[in-house]
Design a binder for this molecule. Structure first.
Ligand SMILES: [Ca+2]
Length: 477
């Protein structure tokens, strides 16, 4: 080799080195998303009742930053997931309800792993997908390199995986599976970390625990509260907590915990049907009171964030996309601009505000929506609007709408302005609740009555046909 070539080679190595080093320093990103877990069903919450014991989640919380004002963008499973995976208001692409999200996120939306891939990230999704049932909406076709879990519907049995209409998949292939699903998801997470410890990776662990059905290994169900569902829920939480512990241990074992951005949160508030406890918050899943949308939210990244702290800045699940890009040193996309923001500046104490407003809407059918602006929050259902001051009244006990009508008017206008920019619901339900749609019919002639009956019949036939082709059971959230 001539001297000039040697020099050129040396320069090449020298210039190339920083980027190689940088590539090695890219953090792993792990999102643990639990399902329907109560706000007080983590024992680090001082309001947690005595039967709740989550030692592993507590240990993680105490070494991390506890985000005390962490929200999800939906009060049920699928809309939250759609917002989380796209970093955008899910209403931007017409998803307001679980049925709409479960039928599939429009294919022109971009998911987190698609943006991380160019930076060398390998991505895995585990557990519950609930963002479309058919192949084109499968995690493997939305940027993930690996998938283990089930695709559609909110619920999946924990022990019996024999229903091959709704199978467990590995990658794109349905598999015959055995074992307690929470444990299986944990094993898959640990295996993923073992195999990819040398790469920067993005691991999305979407436990279906502790969503219905209430099922746990028999020996773990202790008669503690006198409430069988609650006791079963505790056993389910025990396995979920063990899973979080194993994921953390696995990262520690490989010496990659410090440079892993790990976010733990729940997809919506605890479920009333599962006897969850959301203290001190009001309400449950499917509501826009705090108990439906304000969730356990923990962020760990020892290499960059000082742990053992709390962050009181309002933030939400939609922010995780921008946060992942920020952590990976990647630019924000210009196409499909994100509505979420990186939460890292808030976690580092560099800002005390990320969003002027947070919005919730499940569109017209149920007529539920909410907006949070500073400490004010409006919660609406049909024509009832309540106003709360969350700073003084986190439990939303005192409706201040009569005392502060101007605040109600201002926030209602802001909500309407926001909703105007959102897409119509993909299910064709109305965007806004329409009181006339359910009003009793005025006096009609027999001829008019007959015409109305025929119109309704045609609509029913059409809806049934749409439901058939959609294949998403509307009752499952
Ligand atoms: Ca859920």
């Amino acid at each position: 080799m001539r001297l000039q070539n040697v020099l050129q080679a040396l320069i090449f190595i020298w210039v190339g080195m920083p980027s190689i080093l940088l590539a090695e320093e890219k953090p792993n990103i792990v999102i643990i998303l639990t399902d329907d877990q109560g706000y007080a069903d983590v024992s680090y919450n001082p309001y947690s009742p005595p039967e709740v014991s989550t030692p592993n989640i507590d240990a993680l919380a105490h070494s991390s930053i506890i985000c005390t004002q962490g929200y999800t963008s939906g009060h049920v499973c699928s809309p939250t997931r759609a917002g989380l995976m796209t970093g955008r208001f899910q209403q931007r692409f017409g998803i307001y309800t679980a049925g709409e999200g479960g039928s599939g996120v429009p294919l022109d939306e971009v998911f987190i792993p698609q943006r991380l891939k160019p930076a060398g990230y390998v991505s895995g999704a585990l557990g519950k997908w609930h963002l479309g049932l058919t192949t084109e909406y499968h995690a493997m076709n939305r940027g993930f390199d690996e998938f283990y879990g089930f695709m559609g519907r909110g619920a999946h049995p924990y022990f019996d995986h024999s229903d091959m209409d709704h199978p467990i998949y590995r990658g794109l292939n349905p598999i015959k599976e055995e074992g307690y699903l929470t444990t299986r998801i944990t094993e898959e997470a640990v295996d993923f970390i073992d195999r990819h410890k040398e790469d920067p990776f993005f691991l999305y662990v979407a436990y279906n625990a502790v969503h219905a059905p209430p099922e746990a290994p028999e020996g773990d169900i202790k008669n503690v509260t006198g409430d069988e569902t609650r006791d079963t829920l505790m056993a389910m939480i025990k396995h979920l907590d063990m899973g979080v512990g194993e994921i953390v241990n696995s990262l520690r074992k490989h010496n990659i915990f410090d440079n892993t951005l790990l976010i733990f949160l729940t997809d919506n508030g605890g479920s009333g049907a599962m006897h969850a406890n959301n203290a001190p918050l009001r309400g449950f899943k499917q509501m826009d009171y705090e108990g439906g949308i304000h969730v356990p939210f923990i962020v760990s990244w020892p290499a960059q964030l000082e742990g053992g702290k709390k962050c009181d800045v309002p933030m939400w699940s939609i922010d995780l996309f921008a946060t992942a890009l920020d952590a990976a040193g990647l630019p924000l996309p210009k196409d499909k601009p994100l509505d979420g923001k990186s939460i890292l500046p808030a976690l580092k104490g560099e800002t005390d505000k990320l969003h002027e407003e947070l919005y919730w809407s499940s569109a017209g059918e149920k007529g539920k929506w909410a907006i949070r602006s500073g400490n004010w929050k409006l919660v609406a259902e049909k024509n009832r609007i309540e106003l709360f001051d969350l700073k003084k009244d986190l439990s939303e006990t005192t409706n201040l709408s009569k005392k502060h009508p101007k605040v109600v008017t201002k926030l209602t206008a802001k909500y309407n302005e926001w909703l105007d920019k959102m897409a119509p619901p993909v299910s064709k339900q109305e965007k806004r609740w329409n009181p006339d749609a359910t009003a009793p019919a005025k006096k009609m002639s027999n001829k008019e009555k007959k015409a109305a009956r025929e119109k309704k019949k045609a609509e029913r036939i059409k809806a049934r046909a749409a439901e058939k082709s959609n294949q998403t059971p509307g009752s499952l959230k």
